[in-house]
Design a protein around this ligand. Structure first.
Ligand SMILES: Cc1cc2nc3c(=O)[nH]c(=O)nc-3n(C[C@H](O)[C@H](O)[C@H](O)COP(=O)(O)O)c2cc1C
Length: 187
């Protein structure tokens, strides 16, 4: 199963358009998770306590773990998120809080180092920006670090289209260039 984590917000999302382009090349058995429709909220005192209690007893059949279980079971993961405020929409961070469950997506070894429990062999991140992405560490870089250090997914790549909101930008040809890059990678 390919898990498509859709953190796009606008109905005419260019980021989603690029993600769809990738999916039509590699997609079979795709499970799309539209974050806006998932009622995902930040963890609070109550939900955190409840989750910690359930997790420490090793019982993962509560629906609170469904998102984490899907993420851990996926064979490939595609995350599509527009570049917002130098990173991505807060909804994606809330999703990450939901899936980062010790014992499901990752665990710690005796030395305190995290290791991954996820099945996926690849994570593809897709983003578009209005201007230039001048500090990748905060958006894609963060996701890449989670993939490497928490989830155990080594093969991580990013497809992006930048400068889409500049005055006079030829949006279609910028997107087309990214699609050509996708073509080269998924021939
Ligand atoms: C709330 C918000 C924050 C944004 N922050 C940035 C930013 O920090 N840097 C940037 O270059 N563009 C920024 N943009 C522009 C978007 O990255 C750009 O329009 C992107 O293509 C939107 O993706 P979409 O078409 O998939 O919705 C922002 C747009 C919004 C709505």
């Amino acid at each position: 199963m390919i898990l498509f984590v859709n953190a796009c917000v606008r109905p005419q999302s260019r980021t989603k358009q690029l993600a769809n382009y990738i999916l039509q090349k590699i997609g079979h058995d795709v499970k799309e998770l539209v974050l806006e429709k998932e009622n995902i909220v930040p963890l609070n005192c109550q939900t955190l306590e409840r989750r910690t209690k359930l997790a420490s007893s090793g019982i993962f059949d509560d629906p609170i773990f469904d998102l984490a279980k899907d993420f851990a079971a996926a064979e490939k993961i595609i995350i599509a998120a527009p570049y917002w405020d130098l990173s991505f929409p807060a909804l994606l961070k809330c999703y990450i809080e939901q899936i980062n469950v010790i014992g499901l997506t990752f665990a710690y070894n005796d030395a305190g180092k995290p290791y991954g429990l996820c099945k996926a062999d690849e994570l593809i991140y897709v983003t578009t920006s209005g201007g230039t992405i001048f500090n990748e560490d905060l958006g894609f870089g963060y996701i890449k670090s989670l993939a490497h250090n928490f989830y155990g997914i080594k093969n991580v790549s990013c497809f992006k289209a930048e400068n889409l909101d500049l005055i006079g930008a030829d949006v279609e040809s910028i997107l087309q260039r990214t699609k050509m890059e996708i073509d080269r990678n998924f021939a």
